[in-house]
Ligand binder design. Structure first.
Ligand code: SIN
Length: 487
């Protein structure tokens, strides 16, 4: 049943505006772009297309707001963040519905994302109160040495469409707690979640200019972010391809940059694993957000002696997944974000089948109106298939088998990516040995959903650098200043 609210209180779909310096504004060019609901193909709203001018205004507003915000005590900033968290939770259904119609996340999962997103605000409200400095023993009796930590200044958050709220609060939470102000550039497929969030920023009484949201022309806005000397730090979540260009763009001004990029996660099931638990985990990891996460299981390696049994359990579970309009709360698999996303999935499945993969379930687009693809299981995948090296970003589970631990560790690590990896085993020695040998920033050990606000999340190699979440996640928003005092 699709019965969720379309009459929103946080945004007016007929009149979407940007949020700059605490004001709701249109783009100076008066141009807009259409936002399409991927479940239906219908236009949800016209979004003002911000460009260089709006980006500059937003940066200047954040710069003006910075001194006052930075001067507040960590306790005052924590109060604002906790108020914002409470407001997110009060509006959880509305925020989930907005997210669902703009980028297609299944409603129940979207509710989970709103709660996950709010947890970054409460965690960093607390962490902001623990930004401790240092005193250092001096080597002369008349000297006293200290280190203090101060906010870096104005920051920019460039956020992805697959987690429109959680990836934003994972950046803004620590930034605001540290005393930074900033500009958010949401993905063009998910501006409404960010703008609804801005309404809550306003309701929480956060001073004007502290948070600014500019959706629109990606290149123009990001050029301004990288060229404007006011911006001191940028956090980007998105593709590895774009991440590499941002590294170049950050060089002339040596801007601090953190990058959470693509992944190609191995999911290893050893012969001693609890197969029911492994199947539940593989299902959760692979089909979360219809397979559109950077940490989704991309390659499922099953020990040859348990593969048949695992397949039986796993395919039964995949068959039970309900696909449909993302606003239907009984649906588990919503659409892909757009036609391009759907085409990529079709291409990967066709390529795998041409090269000998065996289709165990699914394998086709699901309905004509939206961008749906059936949950799919492929067996006997091999390394020459695109699906084994490129991110599919869709609901397709590719399975293969292995015989020895060293062999599967080699295969798992044989990728340019290094974001997340998973292993299922009940053997503690093997768990430790394999975990230590995997070159990935996040390891799910008998756990398919490791992301939490209090732990560091980020990748190695082509998956980027920097960590978000945990006490590590606030470091990049702080400068360390050493003070030598001579008495
Ligand atoms: C991601 O895939 O980019 C985020 C996933 C998470 O935070 O769990």
């Amino acid at each position: 049943m699709v019965e969720k609210v379309r009459e929103f209180t946080l945004i007016d779909l007929e009149n979407i505006k940007l949020f700059i310096n605490g004001e709701w504004v249109t783009a100076a060019s008066n141009s807009t772009f259409s936002l399409i609901n991927p479940s239906t193909g219908e236009t949800v709203a016209e979004i003002p297309r911000a460009g260089q001018k709006e980006a500059q205004q937003a940066i200047e507003a954040a710069n003006k707001a910075f001194p006052q915000w930075a001067k507040l005590t960590a306790y005052d900033r924590a109060d604002y963040l906790l108020k914002l968290r409470d407001l997110m939770l009060e509006h959880v259904e509305e925020l989930a519905s907005i997210m669902s119609i703009e980028m297609g996340k299944a409603y129940t999962e979207a509710v989970g994302e709103v709660k996950y997103a709010s947890s970054f605000l409460s965690w960093y409200a607390e962490e902001g109160r623990r930004i401790y400095g240092e005193t250092i023993p001096a080597s002369a009796t008349n000297k006293r040495l200290f280190v203090i930590k101060q906010p870096v200044g104005v920051i920019a958050a460039i956020t992805p469409w697959n987690f429109p709220l959680a990836m934003m609060t994972r950046k803004l939470g620590p930034a605001l707690a540290a005393g930074c102000t900033g500009v958010v550039k949401p993905a063009s497929q998910s501006p409404l979640s960010a703008l609804a969030f801005a309404k809550l920023v306003e309701k929480a009484g956060i001073p004007k200019g502290v948070v600014n949201i500019v959706a629109g022309a990606t290149k123009e806005i990001s050029d301004e972010i990288f060229e404007n000397p006011i911006i001191k730090k940028i956090s980007f979540t998105g593709s590895t391809e774009v991440g590499k260009t941002l590294v170049e763009k950050s060089a002339p001004q040596l801007k601090k940059l953190s990058l959470e990029l693509g992944g190609h996660a191995p999911f290893i099931i050893f012969e001693d694993a609890d197969l029911e638990k492994a199947a539940v985990g593989a299902l959760a990891s692979k089909f979360r957000n219809a397979g559109q996460t950077c940490v989704c299981a991309n390659r499922i390696y099953v020990h040859e002696t348990v593969k048949d049994e695992f397949i039986k359990i796993f395919v039964e579970k995949v068959k039970s997944l309900k696909v449909g309009n993302s606003l239907d709360s009984s649906v588990q698999i919503g659409p892909l974000v757009n036609e391009e996303g759907l085409k990529k999935v079709e291409e990967h499945v066709a390529d795998a089948q041409e090269k000998g993969a065996v289709l165990l379930y699914g394998g086709k687009p699901y309905n004509e109106n939206g961008y749906f693809y059936q949950p799919t299981v492929l067996d006997n995948v091999t390394k020459d298939m695109k699906i084994m090296t490129e991110e599919t970003f869709g609901p397709v589970a590719p399975l293969t088998s292995f015989t020895r631990d060293d062999e599967v560790v080699f295969e798992a690590n044989d990728t340019v990516y290094g974001l997340a990896a998973y292993l299922y085993t009940t053997n503690i020695d093997r768990a430790i040995r394999v975990t230590e040998s995997l070159n990935f920033g996040v390891i799910g050990l008998n756990d398919a959903i490791p992301g939490v606000a209090q732990a560091p999340f980020g990748g190695m190699n082509h998956s980027g650098y920097g960590r978000e979440g945990g006490h590590q996640g606030i470091r990049d928003y702080l400068e360390e200043k050493y003070i030598s005092l001579s008495l």
